[in-house]
Design a protein around this ligand. Sequence first.
Ligand code: ADP
Length: 231
Amino acid sequence: MPEPETTEAGPASVGATIELEGLTKRYPGSDRPAVDNVSMEIGAGETVVLVGPSGCGKSTTLKMINRLIEPTGGRIRIGGEDVTDMDPVKLRRTIGYAIQASGLFPHMTVAQNVALVPKMLRWPSARVRDRVEEMLDLVGLDPGEFRDRYPRRLSGGQQQRVGVARALAADPPVLLMDEPFGAVDPITRDHLQDELIRLQRELHKTIVFVTHDFDEAIKIGDRIAVLREQS
Ligand code: ADP
């Protein structure tokens, strides 16, 4: 077993429970809810995959957890704390988020992208610098080679690695991943899935992962929630 990672703040934070209770989203002008009364308990350190066809509400469910989308009904608790009415900006600093096509800022270098949330949290600059190196190592990118590159000079797979490094940089207990490997070729996707499984063995975050790919869901998930198209 590797030693648990430590930072100045103490041991790395492992996952927190996530409880969804009657979570519902109705978009204005739509007669049916996009997400209808979803209740789910996700254990600390567990990887749960939401899988199902396009349009069944996976992404909406995920984005309600970090309140990129405001729920119309229901409650969300993280680590036992009700975060449904918490300031969404504060909330999002405690939740890692990785999306398809990496979502990196093109005008920022790899290091600047990874440093984003730690800087918002006003970590001292030496600590931010160390953390960037540590995160790039963690996702298998040599910091000397990649830290000063811009995203356009990276392959799709490398961009996704940086996206994961950025999501993990502030050491959040919860990581939300929305089709993070959807835009890369099948071989790279397979590698990235293996890497995520390896990382999760080390880090024990609570991960909610969205995909439409059942094979990916089975490979990655400790548990799988199958969402269906609404009839
Ligand atoms: P999935 O992630 O499973 O593909 P989504 O959560 O993106 O599904 O979408 C669920 C449903 O909500 C779909 O019917 C979609 O058209 C609708 N929807 C998603 N976003 C919006 C929006 N901003 N406004 C109105 N309807 C939306």
